[in-house]
Design a binder for this molecule. Structure first.
Ligand SMILES: Cc1cc2nc3c(=O)[nH]c(=O)nc-3n(C[C@H](O)[C@H](O)[C@H](O)COP(=O)(O)OP(=O)(O)OC[C@H]3O[C@@H](n4cnc5c(N)ncnc54)[C@H](O)[C@@H]3O)c2cc1C
Length: 408
């Protein structure tokens, strides 16, 4: 399929998708995560997540995700904004969001475990990786054959990402990687990891970095889960102990790792605000349903918080709608930071609204519909102010790169 075969207008594109997706819906919407969560609304199984966490028995969920992604790819729908040569449609970022919204709306299973590979690793590969690595891995990620993770943060390097100390030492046509990464989302499921490492300890810190694609099943890679306050363990510590990576798996030039990281981070921040993120139509539908069911819209105690929530979500959606829509603009870091901040603020307001209308029932399953269901969302929202770079780092990006203000 090519971009001329589908409408480019976003509304028409959504209608087109509904028709196309009905062809494969029968295989996915009668079972899986989405159908499960809708059927279980009101019970202890019911959950609304800000940071999606696969639970015990996730093998089935992962297999379903991979199958769904392959079916979308075969239908030419897996990656609307992607370049045509990698199986995309050559459309805009907004078309990816519409795809996520329509999938969510029709009750397809979540593709959350694929988020990092699709939205963070693949754009960096498209922009910087050599052939044949680029085509092989990008196609694998977009077919769901591969799950990707981002090996950036370390115990001593989070906001100060250029301070990473994981080393790569050249050994013939290979590199040997040694060090520790942390907070690696979906590292336990990943097949490949985009690893920012230090290749030149004597160069200025930003210039001594290089990016590699690591085989997460290679000898020397070990992954340990980190338990979160939401109860899940979606991210991990990753230890690299003498892991051999061929030079052909270098993404970008030697010493150009920072440039590659910027591509990934700009895309991460922008796409976190899309429909695949925590403010899916599903979450919006649930919060509106909750407010109406409890009659909270008529309660003067809750009306200010309802207004704040509507304002924050409207602002985020308006900004997302205004954001540039072409593949090249996805790389714009300031737009990503602005959208990410608006998304996290809107998620805060939704969490406050859910907590205030539910009271204790937000955290205790009292048998009523929606009791406890929101606890995972409320507990997960603080993470949105950290993941993809903290609020303070986004403010720095906006101030310095967007507004041209001096460094503090
Ligand atoms: C849900 C989730 C998923 C994640 N997934 C991944 C992943 O897949 N891969 C990955 O590599 N990382 C991941 N991370 C890590 C994330 O990128 C880091 O947590 C984040 O960059 C902050 O780093 P840090 O935790 O080391 O905090 P620190 O950098 O130690 O920051 C501590 C505090 O100091 C503030 N601060 C630091 N520097 C400045 C400054 N210059 N100006 C003002 N304030 C400053 C920060 O804003 C923060 O409040 C994830 C994090 C979360 C929460």
């Amino acid at each position: 399929m090519t971009s001329t075969a589908v409408p480019t207008d976003l509304t028409a594109f959504g209608d087109h998708l509904r028709g196309r997706l009905s062809e494969i819906a029968a295989d996915f919407v009668t079972h899986g995560i989405a159908a499960g969560r809708v059927e279980s609304a009101g019970s202890a199984e019911d959950r609304i997540a800000a940071v999606e966490e696969l639970r015990a028995g996730h093998d089935d969920q992962v297999a379903t995700m991979r199958r769904l992604q392959a079916a979308l790819y075969d239908a030419g729908l897996a990656w609307p904004s992607g370049p045509v040569e990698f199986g995309g449609l050559g459309l805009g970022f907004g078309h990816d969001t519409v795809l996520d919204m329509v999938l969510d709306d029709l009750g397809f299973p979540s593709r959350e475990a694929l988020f990092v590979g699709l939205n963070i690793v693949a754009p960096a590969l498209v922009a910087h990786a050599p052939e044949p690595l680029r085509t092989e891995v990008v196609t694998g990620l977009y077919r769901g054959d591969l799950i990707g993770c981002q090996l950036f943060s370390e115990p001593g390097a989070g906001s100060d990402l250029a301070g990473v100390s994981t080393r790569a030492v050249r050994d013939g046509d290979h590199w040997v990687l040694t060090g520790q990464k942390v907070w690696t989302s979906m590292g336990h499921l990943a097949d490949v990891g985009e690893a920012l490492v230090r290749t030149d300890p004597d160069a200025p810190k930003h210039a001594g970095l290089t990016m590699f694609l690591v085989d997460m099943h290679a000898p020397g890679v070990s992954v340990r889960p980190i338990r979160q306050m939401t109860g899940g363990a979606a991210f991990n510590e990753v230890f690299l102990d003498g892991v051999r990576v061929p030079d052909t798996h270098r993404i970008g030039g030697l010493g150009e790792g920072w440039k590659v990281a910027a591509t990934s981070l700009g895309n991460e921040r922008g796409t976190m605000s899309g429909a695949a993120g925590p403010l899916t139509p599903y979450v919006m539908e649930r919060i509106v349903g909750l407010v109406r069911r409890l009659g909270a819209e008529a309660d003067p105690l809750h009306r200010p918080q309802i207004a704040r929530t509507v304002a924050a979500v409207t602002a985020m959606r308006a900004a997302a709608g205004l954001s540039p829509d072409s593949w090249s603009h996805r790389l714009e870091p300031v737009a990503g930071s602005v959208l990410k901040m608006l998304m996290a603020e809107a998620a805060d307001e939704i969490a406050r609204l859910a907590s205030s209308v539910l009271g204790d029932a937000a955290f205790i399953d009292n048998g009523d519909p929606d009791s406890f269901a929101w606890s995972e969302f409320v507990l997960g929202v603080p993470a949105l102010h950290l993941a993809g770079g903290t609020d303070e780092i986004q403010y720095n990006v906006i101030a310095q790169r967007g507004l041209g203000l001096p460094r503090p």
